[in-house]
Write a protein that binds this ligand. Structure first.
Ligand code: TUI
Length: 311
């Protein structure tokens, strides 16, 4: 059988990548996913260089398998994070929440493979030209910062537009989703919400429980008016934010202030009422915790079975 190109490129066993969830994807989760045969990612989010370096050192102690770093391009410390990734000889980064073109030459010339998370065909084409090794086509079913095209529509259009491997993300949490993504032309999947509920994930238990109890229509997108729409579970925070966003009085600055620190409040402090519980629409399908190994082997096993009988 032909080898999977994403597994080959990254030196991993299963074509499953963990989303780089800010305040959630730490060294413990990244190492657990990598030890289970997928690609774990540490979220650099708004960490400064030293904080990121500490997480990378920890992950190196916890796994001898490949793992990566997710660079959040809106971070005030993005330059430092890029330098640390190069110095620590990280093999692969994913980039999200912006245009990574400015940092690609430096990363690539330092031997780092760059996989860009894109929400449009235009950005996918641009980053391929700049030397990206693959793209993650992330549909708006995802949690956190989202574009506006669904996974179903985005993935095949990106597949047709680029020659590098396409990794599908957004709305995938079981073998059916993985098989569907492969039928659309994806060569691997990225999952956030599913790994958020993993046993090895250190997100606050209140947040995990809220995701496990969520139903299909329990998420909402806020922040469109600020230019960075975010999908999160509905709660007091999203209700207040939406009403202020639409009242014609509240300024963008005031809204930004409301949003600042909200994800940390939920993920670290466990305040799931006034914090932001970013999570994907697929939360309704995720009913129980599992180890990273259980999650990866059950999803890939189910997908493989389905793809063999696909007509
Ligand atoms: O980045 C994500 N998801 C995220 S980042 C994040 S942290 C955050 N917190 C509060 C407000 C905003 C962010 C939480 N979740 N996913 C990858 C992703 N990238 N989705 C969409 C995009 C994207 C959007 C616009 C990539 C590029 C882009 O425009 C690029 C251009 O052409 O300027």
């Amino acid at each position: 059988m032909e080898k999977n190109p994403v597994c080959e490129m990254l030196g991993i066993q299963y074509p499953v990548i963990q989303g780089g969830m800010a305040w959630i994807a730490d060294a413990d989760l990244a190492a657990a996913v990598s030890n289970a045969g997928g690609l774990g990612l540490i979220a650099a989010m708004n960490s400064n260089g030293e904080q990121l370096r500490a997480q990378i050192k920890k992950a190196k102690e916890l796994t001898d398998k490949p793992f990566g770093v997710n660079l959040m391009l809106m971070s005030p410390y993005i330059e430092e994070a890029v330098d640390v990734v190069c110095q620590e000889k990280i093999k692969v980064v994913t980039t999200g929440a912006g245009n990574p073109v400015k940092y690609m030459d430096k990363l690539i010339s330092n031997g780092v493979k760059v996989i860009c998370v894109v929400a449009s065909v235009a950005l996918a084409v641009m980053v391929e030209r700049m030397g990206a090794s693959a793209v993650v086509a992330e549909g708006c079913e995802s949690g956190g910062h989202v574009g506006d095209t669904t996974t179903m529509a985005l993935v095949p259009q990106v597949v047709d537009a680029v020659s590098i491997p396409v990794i599908a993300a957004g709305g995938i949490a079981d073998g059916r989703g993985m098989a569907a993504a492969f039928m659309l032309g994806a060569k691997a999947i990225q999952m956030g919400t599913r790994f958020l509920t993993a046993k090895e994930c250190n997100v606050h238990p209140n947040y995990k429980e809220k995701v496990l109890k969520a139903k299909d229509r329990d998420t909402i997108v806020t922040g469109k008016s600020l230019g960075h729409p975010v999908r999160a579970l509905k709660n007091s925070m999203t209700r207040e934010f939406s009403s202020k966003e639409n009242d014609g009085v509240t300024t963008a600055d005031e809204l930004e202030k409301m949003g600042a620190g909200a994800l940390r409040r939920a993920a670290v402090d466990g305040d799931v009422k006034t914090g932001s519980c970013m999570c994907g629409q697929i939360a309704g399908l995720v009913k129980e915790e599992g180890t990273c190994k259980e999650i990866i082997t059950s999803i890939t096993g189910e997908a493989e079975k389905l793809l063999k009988i696909a007509i």
